[in-house]
Design a protein around this ligand. Sequence first.
Ligand code: CTP
Length: 503
Amino acid sequence: MIVNDPKIEAPVLHLIGEEADRLGLECYVIGGWVRDLFLHRPSDDIDVVVVTSDKVTKDKVTKDKVTKEEGRSGIGILLAEAVAKRLGKGAHIAVFKTYGTAQVKHKGQELEFVGARRESYRRDSRNPIVEDGTLEEDQNRRDFTINAMAICLNKHSYGELLDPFDGIGDLERCIIKTPLDPDITFSDDPLRMMRAIRFATRLGFNLDGETFDAIARNKERIGIITKERIAEELNKIMLSRRPSEGWILLDKTGLLPLIFPELAALKGVEVKEGRGHKDVFYHTLKVLDNIANLSPALSSREGDKLEDRELWLRWAALLHDIGKPRSKAWDPQAGWTFRNHNYIGAKMVPKIFARLKLPLNEKMEYVRKMVDLHMRPINLIEETVTDSAVRRLLFEAGDDIDDLMLLCDADITSRNEQKVERFHRNYQLVRQKMVELEERDRIRNFQPPVNGDEIMAMFHLEPCSLVGELKAAVKDAILDGVIPNEREAAIQYINELWQKKQK
Ligand code: CTP
């Protein structure tokens, strides 16, 4: 079949084909770019696989340009160099001799060249790839049928699709399936078990039955994969339209307790005296999907990538109840309780981030804060909403208050519609109160109207705990509404406190 799509007519693809013709090589665009072409999804990076054509002997190519040890895989580099030269000044080439690959960056596009391989395709494999292969052998060792399709770029068959495993059919059937026996594909690179689940989640596809069974069978092999590569897949799952689907597949295949035991521990319902609690795992996943749906309500802030904010708010949703199993208790009167689960959960966040190799920076701090504060707005509803309580929440959440309120909205998963409506209404009231107080008191990102140096100068003090005490007293007085958030009032208040202390 000849592919008929304007994207395949891109000048850069023709140029690659022409250079390959000139060198006597065959080349094909392959993998994600081809898949996304048929899915009508945007995709910038282009993977090109290169094969020596029948007309050219391996010896001729290797004699001229690449050493015997590098073998045929050096032809990827050969073509990349020719393409970079043709593209001229705007092109930057990076050569990875050990892997037999080269990357050309041009106008924001990445072109990746590699010689066809007989062995498993692994971009960051530690072992140099010296085993050369035919196109078909290369396609055999790729991860999924939908990622193994290739389109010829040589003039004689430009645009011809080579799809030996019916990747097109699997795209139509919405199936993720390995080209070979899945036990072989997954043992070549166990990360592919995560990739299968990631693609299924991102594309809204199902796992083929045998592929699913093989993941369940090989799950322990995930232990040899670095945490960083796993985290990359988890983040991609998290940024999908319905991230819950990925976590459910991780659970069903048995990977979940191996990579994230704390999340697996949320599963299940305990019943005592006829009273059960909700299954925290499924509740959490509902909250996560709710947050994913609410993402458009997030606004980007200066210096902040919107995708980043979405990602970490989603992690906050996933972790908001992570402390529940550890805080669960049975109270004969109240039934099941989860006291301080937000606090316990917040304390777990840094450890979980460290183990999953997620960043231990302000992103983690943001998630920790969200988990810690997620019960506060609901408590504001249940108690009568005092100005002081709202001010304190504004003070602690700072600029992240809007994200926190989104998380709280997402946390309403009751099936009782009246209840849901009542909660949303009450959160609106809390929001309104915040706006009123904000206009008056400017508490968000609170800066004390009198700082420690000034307090020391006022009373000729050396640095000591009293300075801290006075500062904290001013902050509390402002948050409790005893004095306005203004300098003069603060100075007068400190003076009064000082007088009292002198008596
Ligand atoms: N590949 C593979 N096994 C892996 C990784 C990659 O077989 N463990 C192959 C697949 O053919 C894949 C191609 O290499 O399509 C490119 O890999 P990559 O850039 O990681 O993924 P894409 O498929 O391009 O998808 P995305 O960019 O969405 O991650």
